[in-house]
Design a protein around this ligand. Structure first.
Ligand code: SF4
Length: 354
């Protein structure tokens, strides 16, 4: 069963700041749509009203609130690009409630609905804001690989609003460049994302049926202390206090050879000096190459030999080609599993001085 209705609270914060999970009066486990991908033990802590041991820092709250405030900016940008978009009423957003399995419901508030001409049917628009790196990752890999929870969330809204999984739109703003883009996820893949989310949560509903709302009967952990999910978890200290401290210690571990601030400062000055030298060398190199190019053009030749300081060199124009992949079209055409075989992800680490 699915249904949607206007929220009754009238208070924006009360509407959106619901716990990630809770037990309802009719003994259902209710999970917030935006928390579909959360650790199941963390959902249990929320539902059993465990005290938060690791509250969000003020800085994280600011980032979160800035992201929420910018969602309206994305909607207006879409409207300027000829999308028909109906944003949620911030004071009385429509609430959807979707049955996700026996004893399990998912509730949430869709950001917006709308359509572009190509689409035809009205569908759910899930609005996200991402930092530059996460934005690039989403554009390249697609939301099903980079942020699968957002697809399951949109699937829930589609079921709640239309009673079916339709194509959904993920519209995302790059908070660095302040540019936006969108991705359309086809209905059958939206449905699969929803099925996966339901399968994942089903054991938690069974756990509730077996143990009732018992705060002591904890489900297994989904992550370990070194995972980012645990590092940001509001229940980290109660879930794994010893290991959490160890993970933090490891992350903060000093290098074996301690480096004083003075030595680091000297290294920075040296780095700046070399950067400056490289810049001016680069400008000189570009100037010399430009002169050689003009010389070649005057000769009317594509290639010519010229005596250098140590040997005779060939000066010639080279044509290079680059091949670009349209990730948006690729993501639309292929299943996420197929894409994972074609577009692989590699991470490397380097030090940036800015
Ligand atoms: S600390 Fe990690 S394992 Fe424990 S509840 Fe939080 S996310 Fe889950």
């Amino acid at each position: 069963m699915t249904l949607s209705h206007p929220t009754q609270t009238g208070s924006r914060s009360a509407t959106y700041d619901r716990p990630a999970a809770r037990f309802t009066d009719d003994e259902q486990l209710e999970v917030r749509a935006s928390a579909l991908g959360q650790c199941r033990r963390a959902l249990w802590y929320a539902a059993t009203e465990q005290d938060v041991t690791n509250p969000m820092s003020d800085e994280t709250k600011t980032v979160l609130e800035a992201g929420q405030a910018l969602e309206a900016v994305v909607v207006r940008a879409m409207q300027r690009r000829f999308w028909t978009v109906t944003p949620a009423d911030p004071d009385a957003p429509l609430q959807v409630e979707v049955e996700a399995g026996p004893g399990l419901t998912v509730t949430g508030h869709p950001d917006a609905t709308g359509a572009i001409e190509l689409f035809g049917d009205e569908s759910v628009i899930e609005v996200k804001t991402r930092g530059p790196e996460a934005f690039k990752r989403w554009q390249t890999l697609g939301a099903e690989r980079s942020h699968p929870d957002s697809v399951a969330q949109a699937a829930c809204y589609s079921l709640g609003l239309y009673g079916e999984c339709r194509d959904v739109v993920i519209a995302t703003l790059d908070t660095g460049a302040r540019s936006w883009d969108y991705e359309v996820i086809p209905a059958e893949r939206v449905e699969r994302a929803w099925d996966r989310a339901c399968e994942r949560l089903a054991p938690l509903a069974e756990h509730y049926e077996l143990h009732g709302p018992n705060p002591e009967a904890l489900p297994e952990r989904d992550f370990t202390a070194s995972d980012w999910q645990c590092q940001r978890c509001p229940y980290l200290n109660v879930c794994q206090p010893g290991e959490a401290a160890e993970a933090v210690d490891e992350a903060d571990a000093e290098p074996t050879e301690p480096v004083s601030d003075e030595v680091a400062h000297d290294a920075l000055l040296k780095y700046e000096q070399i950067q400056q030298q490289l810049k001016s060398l680069d400008a000189d190199k570009r100037g010399a190459l430009k002169t050689l190019q003009h010389w070649l053009q005057q000769k009317g030749e594509a290639k010519a030999r010229l005596e250098g300081s140590a040997k005779t060199r060939t000066v010639g124009m080279v044509t290079s080609r680059r091949y670009a992949v349209d990730h948006k079209r690729l993501n639309a055409l292929l299943e996420p599993e197929q894409r994972a075989e074609i577009v692989t992800e590699q991470t490397s680490e380097y030090l940036r001085v800015s």
